[in-house]
Design a protein around this ligand. Structure first.
Ligand code: TK8
Length: 335
């Protein structure tokens, strides 16, 4: 008798659950754009996310992973999200600064010095606060992924000291903090979308660029760049965003699926990126790049040159957020 009741109960629960599911998940096709090639840490994580969402919705919600900036550069995709013409993307926080000024925090050179600091700061109250500034602008920020510590590549000369930056025509992300930082270091900084970068390097329209090892490898910059200097001058996050216009049409159950899958994808992406980064330098040397590490004394000289940039980031993100960030970092470093 007991067993019968239990079985009936379980069956009822099952029917109820599938009824909820059928009602809560509409058939939907989600265009999820990104800038890097399919075979990159970005591409792998978007596909991971897609699988999670399809699993959780019984195949109702289908994520189309569209890489190679085929849907446009980061800034073009952001506009498509705001207008509701595209549902999702992942891209650099740096290209969001024109829309959400507090994102400039993540461009502060030498702010974050370890992945432990990055994870705790981005996933903590400061990261949440910055992410929340997107919503009134028409995008919902789900999670931060790791782009990583940026390093310098160029075709002119090995950069062994600050003075070696002089006259290098350097592509930077479309953002004033990057522009001002590299100008302050003596480079001739040129803002360009990432989607135009390989060609610009190949045709020698620019001499160099800066990105994490993973991207130098996946985008094959080693084919068109000779020198790699380990500078770790800034930690760049990526952010997964959703069109607010589209988000508002989703049921709470659908929103929860996207949030949960995003969190899982974040953990997957950071692990994958770190594993790849740990091997990438050896790969890049093997592909023929000449690698040197910027000596600590030269890093210190660069930091000095960047104090005005720090002050201007503090002013543009607001003193409160700036101080909260410094306090958080102190706490994280002590912990
Ligand atoms: C890819 C970019 C890239 C970024 C850049 O679309 O622009 O240099 O580091 O990852 O977002």
């Amino acid at each position: 008798m007991r067993i019968k009741f239990a079985l009936a109960g379980a069956l009822a629960a099952l029917i109820a659950a599938s009824a909820v599911q059928a009602q809560d998940f509409k058939p939907r096709i989600v265009r999820f754009g990104y800038g890097l090639v399919d075979d990159s840490n970005q591409g792998r994580a978007v596909r991971f996310f897609a699988k999670e969402v399809e699993k959780a919705t019984g195949g109702k919600m289908k994520i189309r992973a569209i890489g190679n900036a085929s849907l446009g550069s980061d800034t073009q995709m952001q506009q498509a999200l705001i207008g509701g013409a595209q549902e999702m993307m992942v891209g650099s926080t740096a290209t969001l600064v024109g829309i959400a000024p507090q994102m400039a925090l993540w461009d502060t050179p030498f702010l974050i010095t370890s992945v432990k600091e990055a994870d705790a700061l981005l996933d903590g109250p400061v990261g949440e606060k910055v992410k929340a500034t997107l919503e009134p602008k028409g995008m919902v920020g789900l999670v931060y992924w790791e782009n990583g510590f940026r390093n310098l590549t160029n075709n002119k000369q090995p950069v062994a000291r600050l003075e070696d930056m002089n006259g290098i025509k350097l592509r930077v992300m479309q953002n004033n903090v990057f522009l001002d930082s590299f100008k302050a270091l003596g480079a001739n900084a040129v803002p360009l979308p990432f989607s135009e970068l390989f060609t610009a390097l190949e045709t020698k329209a620019v001499d160099g660029q800066e990105n994490p090892y993973n991207t130098v490898l996946s985008s094959k910059f080693y084919e068109v760049q000779k020198y790699l200097t380990i500078t770790n001058h800034v930690y760049s996050p990526w952010i997964v965003t959703v069109s607010k216009k589209w988000w508002d049409q989703l049921s709470p159950a659908e929103q929860k699926v996207l949030n949960d899958a995003a969190t899982k994808s974040r953990d997957f992406e950071r692990r994958d990126t770190r594993e790849e980064a740990a091997k990438a330098l050896a790969d890049l040397k093997q592909k023929g790049m000449a690698v040197n590490e910027l000596p600590p004394a030269e890093v210190a000289r660069m930091r000095d040159k960047l104090s005005a940039v720090h002050a201007s980031v503090a002013a543009s993100v607001g003193q409160d957020l700036w101080s909260q960030t410094q306090d958080e970092l102190t706490r994280i470093r002590a912990g």
